[in-house]
Design a protein around this ligand. Structure first.
Ligand code: HEM
Length: 308
Protein backbone atom coordinates (compact mmCIF):
# COMPACT_ATOMS: atom_id res chain seq x y z
CA UNK A 1 0.00 0.00 0.00
CA UNK A 2 1.18 3.48 -0.71
CA UNK A 3 0.87 6.29 1.73
CA UNK A 4 0.63 9.64 0.15
CA UNK A 5 1.80 13.16 0.01
CA UNK A 6 -0.62 15.02 -2.15
CA UNK A 7 -1.16 18.61 -1.44
CA UNK A 8 -3.13 19.07 -4.56
CA UNK A 9 -4.69 15.74 -5.27
CA UNK A 10 -7.32 15.95 -2.60
CA UNK A 11 -8.80 18.80 -4.52
CA UNK A 12 -10.95 16.80 -6.77
CA UNK A 13 -12.03 14.71 -3.84
CA UNK A 14 -12.96 17.95 -2.16
CA UNK A 15 -15.00 19.05 -5.08
CA UNK A 16 -16.78 15.81 -5.54
CA UNK A 17 -17.81 15.74 -1.95
CA UNK A 18 -18.19 19.28 -0.89
CA UNK A 19 -20.04 20.64 -3.85
CA UNK A 20 -22.73 18.20 -2.94
CA UNK A 21 -22.87 19.12 0.70
CA UNK A 22 -26.42 20.47 0.88
CA UNK A 23 -27.70 17.08 -0.13
CA UNK A 24 -25.46 14.83 1.84
CA UNK A 25 -27.18 12.96 4.56
CA UNK A 26 -25.10 12.48 7.64
CA UNK A 27 -27.74 14.10 9.82
CA UNK A 28 -25.51 17.13 10.17
CA UNK A 29 -26.40 20.55 8.89
CA UNK A 30 -24.43 23.00 6.91
CA UNK A 31 -25.21 26.27 8.62
CA UNK A 32 -23.20 28.94 10.32
CA UNK A 33 -25.37 31.55 12.04
CA UNK A 34 -23.49 30.94 15.27
CA UNK A 35 -20.06 31.48 13.79
CA UNK A 36 -18.45 34.84 13.16
CA UNK A 37 -15.20 36.19 11.78
CA UNK A 38 -14.40 38.23 14.90
CA UNK A 39 -15.49 35.66 17.47
CA UNK A 40 -12.25 35.91 19.49
CA UNK A 41 -11.75 39.63 18.99
CA UNK A 42 -11.95 40.55 22.67
CA UNK A 43 -11.17 37.18 24.28
CA UNK A 44 -8.10 36.11 22.28
CA UNK A 45 -7.19 38.83 19.81
CA UNK A 46 -3.95 37.14 18.70
CA UNK A 47 -5.47 33.77 17.92
CA UNK A 48 -4.94 33.97 14.16
CA UNK A 49 -1.37 35.10 14.52
CA UNK A 50 -0.52 32.38 17.02
CA UNK A 51 -1.97 29.63 14.86
CA UNK A 52 -0.33 30.99 11.74
CA UNK A 53 3.10 31.06 13.36
CA UNK A 54 2.85 27.47 14.52
CA UNK A 55 1.50 26.21 11.20
CA UNK A 56 4.23 28.09 9.39
CA UNK A 57 6.87 26.48 11.55
CA UNK A 58 5.41 23.02 10.91
CA UNK A 59 4.98 23.42 7.15
CA UNK A 60 8.39 24.98 6.63
CA UNK A 61 9.98 22.05 8.41
CA UNK A 62 8.04 19.59 6.22
CA UNK A 63 5.49 20.53 3.54
CA UNK A 64 3.62 17.31 4.17
CA UNK A 65 2.50 18.76 7.47
CA UNK A 66 0.21 21.00 5.43
CA UNK A 67 -1.56 17.90 4.14
CA UNK A 68 -1.92 16.58 7.69
CA UNK A 69 -3.71 19.70 8.89
CA UNK A 70 -6.12 19.73 5.97
CA UNK A 71 -6.97 16.06 6.21
CA UNK A 72 -7.48 16.27 9.99
CA UNK A 73 -10.01 19.06 9.43
CA UNK A 74 -11.81 17.04 6.76
CA UNK A 75 -11.94 13.87 8.87
CA UNK A 76 -13.17 15.95 11.80
CA UNK A 77 -15.99 17.69 9.95
CA UNK A 78 -17.37 14.57 8.27
CA UNK A 79 -17.99 12.89 11.63
CA UNK A 80 -20.53 14.70 13.85
CA UNK A 81 -19.60 18.01 12.19
CA UNK A 82 -16.56 20.18 12.93
CA UNK A 83 -16.21 19.54 16.67
CA UNK A 84 -12.68 18.14 17.09
CA UNK A 85 -14.12 14.70 17.83
CA UNK A 86 -11.33 13.33 15.65
CA UNK A 87 -8.77 14.40 18.25
CA UNK A 88 -10.23 12.54 21.23
CA UNK A 89 -8.22 9.70 22.71
CA UNK A 90 -9.74 6.41 23.81
CA UNK A 91 -10.53 6.36 27.53
CA UNK A 92 -12.48 3.98 29.76
CA UNK A 93 -15.67 5.92 29.09
CA UNK A 94 -15.12 7.11 25.54
CA UNK A 95 -14.21 5.41 22.31
CA UNK A 96 -12.40 7.86 20.05
CA UNK A 97 -12.17 7.91 16.25
CA UNK A 98 -8.42 7.61 15.92
CA UNK A 99 -8.51 3.83 15.62
CA UNK A 100 -11.35 3.67 13.09
CA UNK A 101 -10.44 2.01 9.82
CA UNK A 102 -10.14 5.28 7.91
CA UNK A 103 -7.93 6.99 10.46
CA UNK A 104 -5.68 4.35 11.95
CA UNK A 105 -2.15 4.32 10.54
CA UNK A 106 -3.20 7.02 8.13
CA UNK A 107 -4.36 10.21 9.80
CA UNK A 108 -1.48 12.19 11.22
CA UNK A 109 -0.62 15.58 12.70
CA UNK A 110 -2.20 15.23 16.16
CA UNK A 111 0.97 16.40 17.91
CA UNK A 112 1.13 19.47 15.69
CA UNK A 113 -2.36 20.43 16.83
CA UNK A 114 -1.37 19.90 20.47
CA UNK A 115 1.50 22.33 20.02
CA UNK A 116 -0.83 25.03 18.74
CA UNK A 117 -3.28 24.34 21.55
CA UNK A 118 -0.54 24.66 24.18
CA UNK A 119 0.50 28.03 22.82
CA UNK A 120 -3.09 29.24 22.87
CA UNK A 121 -3.70 27.92 26.37
CA UNK A 122 -0.79 29.94 27.68
CA UNK A 123 -2.00 33.09 25.94
CA UNK A 124 -5.78 32.78 26.43
CA UNK A 125 -6.63 29.76 28.60
CA UNK A 126 -9.89 27.95 27.95
CA UNK A 127 -10.96 30.22 25.10
CA UNK A 128 -10.13 28.79 21.68
CA UNK A 129 -11.77 25.51 20.71
CA UNK A 130 -9.78 22.70 19.15
CA UNK A 131 -12.33 22.59 16.30
CA UNK A 132 -11.52 26.21 15.47
CA UNK A 133 -7.81 25.47 15.64
CA UNK A 134 -8.23 22.73 13.03
CA UNK A 135 -10.22 25.06 10.78
CA UNK A 136 -7.73 27.93 10.95
CA UNK A 137 -4.74 25.61 10.63
CA UNK A 138 -6.15 24.00 7.47
CA UNK A 139 -6.57 27.42 5.86
CA UNK A 140 -3.09 28.58 6.87
CA UNK A 141 -1.55 25.35 5.67
CA UNK A 142 -3.07 25.71 2.24
CA UNK A 143 -1.74 29.27 1.91
CA UNK A 144 1.75 28.18 2.90
CA UNK A 145 1.92 25.68 0.06
CA UNK A 146 0.76 28.18 -2.52
CA UNK A 147 -3.03 27.92 -2.26
CA UNK A 148 -5.73 30.55 -1.88
CA UNK A 149 -6.82 32.54 1.17
CA UNK A 150 -10.33 32.44 2.57
CA UNK A 151 -11.92 33.95 5.68
CA UNK A 152 -12.56 31.49 8.48
CA UNK A 153 -15.74 31.97 10.55
CA UNK A 154 -15.07 30.98 14.17
CA UNK A 155 -16.89 29.97 17.33
CA UNK A 156 -17.11 26.18 17.07
CA UNK A 157 -17.40 24.12 20.23
CA UNK A 158 -15.55 20.89 20.97
CA UNK A 159 -17.72 17.84 21.40
CA UNK A 160 -17.88 15.68 24.50
CA UNK A 161 -18.46 12.66 22.31
CA UNK A 162 -16.88 10.93 19.36
CA UNK A 163 -18.24 8.42 16.88
CA UNK A 164 -16.11 5.48 15.94
CA UNK A 165 -19.01 4.15 13.85
CA UNK A 166 -19.46 7.34 11.85
CA UNK A 167 -15.73 7.57 11.32
CA UNK A 168 -15.98 4.13 9.76
CA UNK A 169 -19.00 4.88 7.61
CA UNK A 170 -19.00 8.60 6.74
CA UNK A 171 -15.43 8.93 5.62
CA UNK A 172 -14.37 7.74 2.19
CA UNK A 173 -12.49 4.51 2.57
CA UNK A 174 -8.92 3.89 1.66
CA UNK A 175 -10.19 0.88 -0.27
CA UNK A 176 -11.67 3.26 -2.76
CA UNK A 177 -8.26 4.24 -3.91
CA UNK A 178 -5.49 2.46 -2.25
CA UNK A 179 -6.65 -0.96 -1.50
CA UNK A 180 -6.94 -3.67 -3.90
CA UNK A 181 -3.92 -1.73 -4.27
CA UNK A 182 -1.49 -3.29 -6.63
CA UNK A 183 -4.31 -4.33 -8.80
CA UNK A 184 -6.05 -0.99 -8.75
CA UNK A 185 -3.03 1.24 -9.04
CA UNK A 186 -1.21 -0.63 -11.74
CA UNK A 187 -4.38 -1.82 -13.40
CA UNK A 188 -5.96 1.60 -13.72
CA UNK A 189 -2.85 3.35 -14.64
CA UNK A 190 -1.97 0.97 -17.41
CA UNK A 191 -5.39 1.23 -18.95
CA UNK A 192 -5.94 4.96 -18.59
CA UNK A 193 -2.55 6.57 -19.11
CA UNK A 194 -0.89 7.70 -22.32
CA UNK A 195 1.69 5.16 -23.32
CA UNK A 196 4.38 7.80 -23.69
CA UNK A 197 7.87 7.67 -22.14
CA UNK A 198 7.00 9.99 -19.25
CA UNK A 199 4.01 7.88 -18.26
CA UNK A 200 6.01 4.70 -18.63
CA UNK A 201 8.83 5.92 -16.45
CA UNK A 202 6.39 7.16 -13.78
CA UNK A 203 4.67 3.78 -13.82
CA UNK A 204 7.98 1.97 -13.45
CA UNK A 205 8.88 4.17 -10.51
CA UNK A 206 5.53 3.42 -8.87
CA UNK A 207 6.11 -0.28 -9.35
CA UNK A 208 9.39 -0.08 -7.48
CA UNK A 209 7.91 2.04 -4.66
CA UNK A 210 4.88 -0.25 -4.40
CA UNK A 211 6.10 -3.77 -5.10
CA UNK A 212 3.58 -6.60 -5.39
CA UNK A 213 4.60 -7.69 -1.92
CA UNK A 214 6.09 -5.62 0.87
CA UNK A 215 6.81 -1.92 0.88
CA UNK A 216 3.74 -1.22 3.00
CA UNK A 217 5.32 1.79 4.64
CA UNK A 218 6.66 3.33 1.46
CA UNK A 219 5.42 6.75 0.55
CA UNK A 220 4.82 8.35 -2.82
CA UNK A 221 3.43 11.68 -3.96
CA UNK A 222 -0.05 11.62 -5.45
CA UNK A 223 0.91 14.65 -7.53
CA UNK A 224 4.28 13.68 -8.92
CA UNK A 225 4.61 16.90 -10.92
CA UNK A 226 4.43 19.47 -8.07
CA UNK A 227 4.18 17.37 -4.90
CA UNK A 228 4.87 20.21 -2.46
CA UNK A 229 2.76 22.85 -4.11
CA UNK A 230 -0.94 23.50 -3.90
CA UNK A 231 -1.90 23.99 -7.54
CA UNK A 232 -4.05 22.50 -10.29
CA UNK A 233 -1.49 20.07 -11.68
CA UNK A 234 -3.48 17.23 -10.16
CA UNK A 235 -6.13 17.80 -12.81
CA UNK A 236 -3.58 17.68 -15.59
CA UNK A 237 -2.41 14.38 -14.17
CA UNK A 238 -5.97 13.06 -14.36
CA UNK A 239 -6.25 14.23 -17.97
CA UNK A 240 -3.19 12.09 -18.66
CA UNK A 241 -4.87 9.16 -16.96
CA UNK A 242 -2.18 9.02 -14.29
CA UNK A 243 -4.16 9.50 -11.08
CA UNK A 244 -2.59 7.54 -8.26
CA UNK A 245 -5.84 6.73 -6.50
CA UNK A 246 -8.50 4.81 -8.32
CA UNK A 247 -11.14 7.03 -6.72
CA UNK A 248 -9.44 10.14 -8.14
CA UNK A 249 -8.96 8.81 -11.66
CA UNK A 250 -12.56 7.64 -11.71
CA UNK A 251 -13.62 11.29 -11.73
CA UNK A 252 -12.23 11.59 -15.21
CA UNK A 253 -12.14 8.09 -16.64
CA UNK A 254 -15.29 6.42 -15.37
CA UNK A 255 -18.10 5.88 -17.85
CA UNK A 256 -20.30 7.70 -15.35
CA UNK A 257 -17.97 10.67 -15.06
CA UNK A 258 -20.18 13.10 -16.90
CA UNK A 259 -20.23 16.16 -14.66
CA UNK A 260 -16.89 15.49 -13.00
CA UNK A 261 -15.06 14.96 -16.28
CA UNK A 262 -15.96 18.49 -17.32
CA UNK A 263 -14.84 19.78 -13.93
CA UNK A 264 -11.48 18.08 -14.30
CA UNK A 265 -11.01 19.71 -17.70
CA UNK A 266 -12.13 23.08 -16.39
CA UNK A 267 -9.79 23.13 -13.39
CA UNK A 268 -6.85 21.80 -15.41
CA UNK A 269 -7.31 24.75 -17.76
CA UNK A 270 -8.23 27.45 -15.26
CA UNK A 271 -6.27 27.62 -11.98
CA UNK A 272 -8.13 30.70 -10.79
CA UNK A 273 -11.52 29.04 -11.15
CA UNK A 274 -10.12 26.13 -9.22
CA UNK A 275 -8.79 28.29 -6.35
CA UNK A 276 -12.11 30.10 -6.10
CA UNK A 277 -14.09 26.90 -5.97
CA UNK A 278 -11.69 25.34 -3.50
CA UNK A 279 -11.97 28.28 -1.07
CA UNK A 280 -15.73 28.16 -1.25
CA UNK A 281 -15.76 24.42 -0.65
CA UNK A 282 -13.46 24.71 2.36
CA UNK A 283 -15.73 27.25 4.01
CA UNK A 284 -18.64 24.86 3.44
CA UNK A 285 -16.64 22.04 4.95
CA UNK A 286 -15.82 24.11 8.02
CA UNK A 287 -19.46 25.03 8.50
CA UNK A 288 -20.74 21.49 8.85
CA UNK A 289 -22.16 21.52 12.31
CA UNK A 290 -24.36 19.61 14.66
CA UNK A 291 -26.41 22.49 16.13
CA UNK A 292 -26.81 20.59 19.41
CA UNK A 293 -23.08 20.79 19.93
CA UNK A 294 -23.31 24.53 20.55
CA UNK A 295 -25.37 23.78 23.65
CA UNK A 296 -23.63 20.64 24.81
CA UNK A 297 -20.07 21.28 23.62
CA UNK A 298 -17.18 22.94 25.39
CA UNK A 299 -13.74 24.38 24.83
CA UNK A 300 -11.39 21.56 25.69
CA UNK A 301 -8.26 22.35 27.68
CA UNK A 302 -6.46 19.44 26.09
CA UNK A 303 -7.62 18.52 22.58
CA UNK A 304 -7.26 14.81 23.28
CA UNK A 305 -9.61 14.69 26.28
CA UNK A 306 -12.93 16.18 27.33
CA UNK A 307 -12.73 18.49 30.36
CA UNK A 308 -13.41 16.83 33.69
C1 HEM B 1 -13.70 10.92 -2.47
C2 HEM B 1 -13.31 11.28 -1.31
C3 HEM B 1 -11.95 10.97 -0.74
C4 HEM B 1 -11.28 9.78 -0.76
C5 HEM B 1 -11.74 8.45 -1.37
C6 HEM B 1 -10.04 10.01 -0.09
C7 HEM B 1 -9.09 9.05 0.11
C8 HEM B 1 -7.82 9.30 0.55
C9 HEM B 1 -6.80 8.30 0.72
C10 HEM B 1 -6.98 6.83 0.45
C11 HEM B 1 -5.69 8.93 1.14
C12 HEM B 1 -4.34 8.30 1.43
C13 HEM B 1 -4.25 8.00 2.88
C14 HEM B 1 -2.90 7.40 3.28
O1 HEM B 1 -1.90 7.64 2.60
O2 HEM B 1 -2.85 6.69 4.31
C15 HEM B 1 -5.99 10.34 1.24
C16 HEM B 1 -5.09 11.30 1.60
C17 HEM B 1 -5.40 12.63 1.75
N1 HEM B 1 -6.64 13.20 1.67
FE1 HEM B 1 -8.29 12.29 0.99
N2 HEM B 1 -9.98 11.33 0.32
C18 HEM B 1 -11.13 11.96 -0.05
C19 HEM B 1 -11.46 13.29 0.19
C20 HEM B 1 -10.62 14.25 0.74
C21 HEM B 1 -10.98 15.62 1.05
C22 HEM B 1 -12.37 16.22 0.82
C23 HEM B 1 -9.88 16.22 1.57
C24 HEM B 1 -9.67 17.63 2.08
C25 HEM B 1 -10.57 18.57 2.10
C26 HEM B 1 -8.83 15.23 1.57
C27 HEM B 1 -7.54 15.46 2.00
C28 HEM B 1 -6.52 14.54 1.93
C29 HEM B 1 -5.12 14.87 2.18
C30 HEM B 1 -4.55 16.24 2.50
C31 HEM B 1 -4.42 13.67 2.05
C32 HEM B 1 -2.90 13.47 2.19
C33 HEM B 1 -2.54 13.14 3.59
C34 HEM B 1 -1.09 12.72 3.75
O3 HEM B 1 -0.22 13.23 3.01
O4 HEM B 1 -0.84 11.90 4.62
N3 HEM B 1 -9.32 14.04 1.08
N4 HEM B 1 -7.29 10.55 0.88
Amino acid sequence: MTASLHLSSFLLQTLSLLLMLPSFSFGIYSSDPLLSLDYYKSTCPNVLEIVRKEVECAVLSDPRNAAFFVRLHFHDCFVQGCDASVLLEDTITLQGEKKSSNNINSLKGYRLVDRIKNKLESECPGIVSCADILTIAARDAIILVGGPYWDVPLGRKDSKTASYTQADTNLPTADEGLVGIIDKIYGDFESTSNKDPISESYLNKLKSVCPITGGDNNVTAMDYVTPNLFDNSFYTILLRGEGLLHSDQEMYSSLFAIVTKDLVKKYAADPIAFFEQFSESMVKLGNIMDPDNFATGEVRKNCGFINT
